[in-house]
Ligand binder design. Structure first.
Ligand code: GLC
Length: 708
């Protein structure tokens, strides 16, 4: 019934709208535009992006407010001719006022529940200020940590990213998109943006059809299947065709093959950038290419506003193309309930930083932490110690938010140093220092040093790519000097990307990777350092030993000279180990888990159940994320050495054993071939169940051509 009345209402609106009003719905205008009120009054604004600059993720932004948005909405609904409500959008990636860990940190939880809860909190808080559309989740698979935007996504694996994509869409859009506290999701950046050459933002992408289909598209397909109501096209070109003008991606696959009935928005000014890509001679040509490709809304370039009507009037663009785009935009507005309830209750902002929200992001932060090394020094005692707290980020607050935090208030964040002070017993002596030489002098009198190092926000996010993965200048020298003093050091790393921590691994007693952990991140870190929380995070991305290994990822191809070395040469470097420092899926606990008794049970037809037992053999209760990997040993194209096909979190008491069981179906074992066709090819498969992508109980099974 919904689709009939909505489509009928859209038909009625389209029949009354002028061409200019239709084009207006295809235009998103920044909140900072000097003539915004007038343009809304003339029906020329379909959406307002609540950002003042092209790089909102890197600096302070004008705060949104329900009062301001209601004022603008009244102009649209009560003064414009068609009275079509405006859709207000903002980048709300990992929290609004209550800030969660960066998405790469959230992915470390391997928990769809964590992601869904965080996105639900973000939707509640953003919609309270009138924001009903978020440009999130970011679903770009990233295999190159030099790329600053690796921070914004869920890591290197399509299976994990797809599971978290589904959760994010459901979190943002809620059970009913028309609920006032739901926001329209906008998976981005469709697609393969993370494959930019050299890890340089906006750079060209060269991926084969099979790689595009098997690696970069699955998370977006999962998001569409979860009901995402919009999607954002990416900046780069793929194989010479800019995505903003790429009909094969935006229409043939997205709208026709996948049946996406939402709308496509370009990235910021990307329609105009078709001229710089060298595929459009002028703005009219850019507008024509983007509209024909399937971009339904132009973000901030005004190319559609200036050129589309002229293209239709000149007979170069059928008005049917405009109608189809406007239909998609209006459909989203109806589904959001904007026609029925265009205004925001201005009292709702009282839910910002609600205690329930803080609890959810604290849990997310706890699960985002990865224990990378521990010689036994952790967990620390809370009494009777002299503890040094040093390092450039020990007192950091805003840095804890990470990239793409437009609305978090620094006043709501407590530093790691202050959280440590509050956690320990009065018998503990805390030593701190501003200067490195003072820190070294005081470190000598400490039983243990907690060194908080890593990246500030300026190295993370959009347009923040780097050529080195080393700690920022001076930090490694400080850690080496501490090591020379033979003071046991626990290193806490804050960063928006994997860093080359091999030197740290050589000298530190323990390493805790904390990413940028959000409003409650410092408390979560302290809870782990002193044992109130047992760490359970697992890496969603490979940590290389050195930047020279990049791109380095677990689901790589075997090559004709595979690792580990056989009797022939293999793909390697002469000057460094080939292996990662920490592999995808890796993470330690304060207890130990053992895997045993792998069983492979064949079912009728091409389905297989793979089981194993996991035992907590250590002294404490803990949670283990057991992982299932598969390899298609012989196929029509070379297939990865391993692919994640399942994971499960097990909470185990000391000595407890649980069975973990995964079912593999024909679809789980299918892939896209060189022609982009999805195929299932019988044959022999290898399978592993284990703690990460480098280890596990191994087995094989065969599926015959008749599926037996
Ligand atoms: C930026 C980003 C995109 C963001 C948009 C709006 O350039 O690429 O992720 O959503 O502009 O801020």
């Amino acid at each position: 019934m919904e689709s009939v009345t909505v489509e009928a209402q859209i038909d009625a609106l389209l029949a009354q709208m002028t061409l200019a009003e239709k084009v207006g719905q295809m235009c998103q205008v920044p909140i900072s535009h000097p003539e915004l009120d007038e343009r809304i009054r003339r029906g020329e604004v379909g959406s307002v992006i609540y950002s003042g600059t092209p790089l909102p993720g890197t600096g302070p932004q004008p705060p949104a407010s329900a009062a301001r948005l209601n004022y603008l909405q009244r102009i649209a609904v009560e003064e414009s001719r068609m009275r079509i409500p405006v859709l207000f959008g903002r980048d709300v990636l990992h929290g609004y006022k209550t800030v969660a860990p960066i998405p790469l940190g959230m992915a470390t939880s391997w928990s769809p529940d964590v992601v869904r809860s965080v996105c639900r909190v973000a939707a509640r808080e953003a919609s309270a200020d009138g924001i009903r559309w978020t440009f999130a989740p970011m679903l770009d698979i990233a295999r190159d940590p030099r790329w600053g935007r690796i921070a914004e996504g869920f890591g290197e694996d399509p299976f994990l990213c797809s599971a978290l994509a589904d959760a994010a869409i459901r979190g943002f859009q809620g059970d009913e998109l028309s609920d006032p506290d739901s926001v329209l999701a906008c998976p981005k950046h469709y697609a393969a943006y993370g494959a930019a050459e050299g890890g340089r933002d906006y750079n060209a992408v060269e991926v084969t059809t099979a790689t595009l289909r098997n690696v970069y598209l699955p998370p977006f397909h999962a998001a569409i299947r979860a009901g995402a109501g919009s999607i954002m096209s990416a900046f780069p070109e793929i194989g010479g065709v800019p995505i903003t003008a790429n009909r094969a991606l935006l229409t043939d696959i997205l709208k026709e093959e996948w049946g996406f009935d939402g709308f496509v928005i370009s990235d910021w000014a990307a329609v105009d950038e078709l001229r710089y890509h060298g595929v459009a001679a002028d703005r009219a040509g850019a507008a024509l290419l983007a509209a024909q490709a399937g971009v339904d809304m132009d973000m901030a370039s005004d190319v559609y506003a200036d050129e589309l009507a002229g293209l239709v009037e000149a007979g170069r663009l059928p008005e049917a193309v405009i109608d189809a785009a406007v239909r998609r935009v209006l459909r989203a507005k109806f589904r959001l309930g904007l026609f029925d309830r265009p205004y925001t209750d201005e009292q709702r902002s009282a839910i910002h930083l609600h205690p329930d929200h803080l609890r959810i992001v604290r849990d997310a932060a706890a699960r985002s932490l990865v224990l990378l090394k521990n010689d036994g020094i952790l967990p620390l005692a809370k009494a009777g110690l002299t503890i040094g707290i040093f390092g450039p980020l020990a007192n950091a607050r805003r840095t804890l938010f990470g990239a793409w935090t437009l609305d978090g208030d620094e006043a709501s964040v407590v530093s790691i140093a202050d959280r440590i002070r509050a956690a320990v017993d009065r018998s503990v002596t805390i030593r701190t220092a501003e200067l490195v030489d003072d820190a070294l002098t005081r470190a000598r009198h400490c039983d243990v040093v907690i060194a908080v190092v890593g990246e500030g926000v300026s190295r993370s996010g959009e347009d923040h790519c780097v050529t080195t993965l080393d700690l920022p200048p001076g930090q490694q020298a400080f850690l080496d000097a501490l090591h020379a003093l033979q003071v046991p050091t626990v290193v806490v790393v804050l960063a928006g990307r994997p860093l080359a921590l091999e030197p740290v691994h050589r000298s530190a007693a323990a390493i805790l990777m904390a990413w940028h952990p959000g409003t409650e991140g410092a408390q979560a870190i302290v809870d782990v350092l002193f044992g109130d929380t047992v760490p359970s995070g697992k890496l969603p991305v490979t940590f290389p030993r050195t930047v020279g290994q990049v791109p380095l990822y677990y689901n790589h191809k075997p090559t004709g000279r595979p690792l580990p070395p056989g009797d022939r040469r293999h793909s390697r470097y002469t000057d460094h180990l080939d292996s990662p420092l920490y592999p995808f899926g890796y993470g330690l606990s304060y207890t130990h888990f053992e895997y045993s008794n792998l069983h492979i049970i064949r079912e009728d037809g091409p389905a297989v159940t793979v089981r194993a037992e996991v035992t907590n053999t250590g002294p404490r209760a803990g949670e283990e994320i057991a992982q299932l990997y598969v390899r298609d040993l012989v196929a029509s194209i070379s297939r990865p050495v391993k692919e994640l096909k399942g994971f499960a979190r097990l909470a185990l008491a000391p000595g407890e054993t649980q069975t973990v069981s995964f079912r593999l179906t024909r679809d789980d074992l299918s892939f896209y071939n060189a022609e982009g066709k999805r195929v299932f090819e019988p044959g022999e498969f290898a399978v592993w169940i284990g703690p990460d992508s480098s280890r596990g109980l191994a087995g094989t099974f065969v599926i015959d051509p008749d599926g037996a």
